[in-house]
Design a protein around this ligand. Structure first.
Ligand code: AMP
Length: 282
């Protein structure tokens, strides 16, 4: 596997791939790779001649510097995993490479409200940061498809909007959330969980599942309250939000229940913030 650190080198390598007629898949990550990331890598490898995985902990999408500083890094293990999977290129840029101090104009996006709810409400500036890094990548990273996890449901819609706003000819492919056998969504942040939190964290998905299994089109408010109470009743987990939104627009569900509803939640497990979601059909 090629490990490329400079944007220019990556751009040249990819134009060569284009000349050879190769299709290109892209999997952006922040590293500390787990089976969730690997599902994206496999989806890309099975569909493209060349797969580029990026590992870049993007400072502009962190609204808390302590969260950025604590973000896990397991680069040598990540390289081994990518090699075993048969990934062709790892793009591993430094912060200055992505955000050069000179000659760099910060973009601004209009997400038409997609960025205001849920993660956007609790992490101000987060999605502008996500948009910024994705634009920076796609300006040079000429790929056919980009693979994203449904675990970050709102992020998928935001990135689709970036692709549309910038007119990138890239198809965004969402991949289902990979979970531990307990149901806990796999996440790099799980590495930061102490045992006392790991024991109760599966309650998050179990509570979402309870909503899905008992939803009858009319009882959403009660089910959402039950799910929040159930998570908080662990006495170790604390719900930040647990909201029902229109799965297409992310508008909060009030009286009228749309055809497809997504229940998204963010939960504090001590100092670690976990997110998860589930989609219900009405
Ligand atoms: P991250 O490294 O957390 O920024 O994630 C990189 C990509 O992997 C994003 O598209 C995530 O949505 C995706 N991802 C993270 N965890 C999972 C998971 N458990 N299942 C599927 N995709 C995931």
């Amino acid at each position: 596997m090629l490990v490329i650190k400079e944007i220019e080198v990556l751009g040249k390598y990819l134009s060569k791939q284009r000349e050879l007629g190769n299709s290109i898949g892209f999997v952006p990550t922040m590293g500390a790779l787990h089976e969730g990331h690997i599902a994206l890598i496999r989806a890309s490898i099975s569909a493209h001649d060349t797969t580029v995985c990026s590992i870049f902990v993007n400072p502009t999408q962190f609204n808390e510097s302590s969260d950025f500083d604590a973000y896990p890094s397991t680069i040598s293990a990540d390289i081994k995993v990518l090699e075993q999977e048969g990934c062709q290129v790892l793009f591993l840029p430094a912060v200055d490479e992505i955000y050069p101090k000179e000659k760099y104009q910060k973009p601004s996006f209009d997400f038409k409200g997609l960025d205001l709810a849920m993660e956007g409400a609790f992490r101000p500036g987060h999605f502008q940061g996500v948009g910024e890094v994705i634009k920076r990548f796609l300006d040079v990273l000429d790929c056919d498809c980009m693979y994203l996890g449904e675990k970050d449901f709102q992020q998928v819609l935001i990135i689709k909007s970036v692709v549309e706003q910038c007119g990138f000819p890239v198809k965004v492919i969402p991949v289902p959330t990979q979970r531990a056998s307990s149901g806990l969504a796999l996440s790099s942040r799980n590495l930061l969980l102490g045992e006392e939190y790991l024991d109760v964290a599966p309650e998050i998905y179990q509570s979402l599942l309870h909503v899905k299994e008992n939803f009858n089109g009319e009882n959403l408010d009660t089910l959402l309250a039950d799910a929040s109470n159930r998570i908080n009743a662990t006495n170790k987990l604390k719900v930040e939000y647990l909201t029902a939104a229109n799965a297409k627009t992310l508008a909060e569900v009030k009286q009228e229940v749309p055809e497809e509803v997504v229940i998204c939640t963010a939960v504090w497990a001590g100092k670690v913030r976990l997110i998860d979601n589930i989609v219900l059909a009405n």
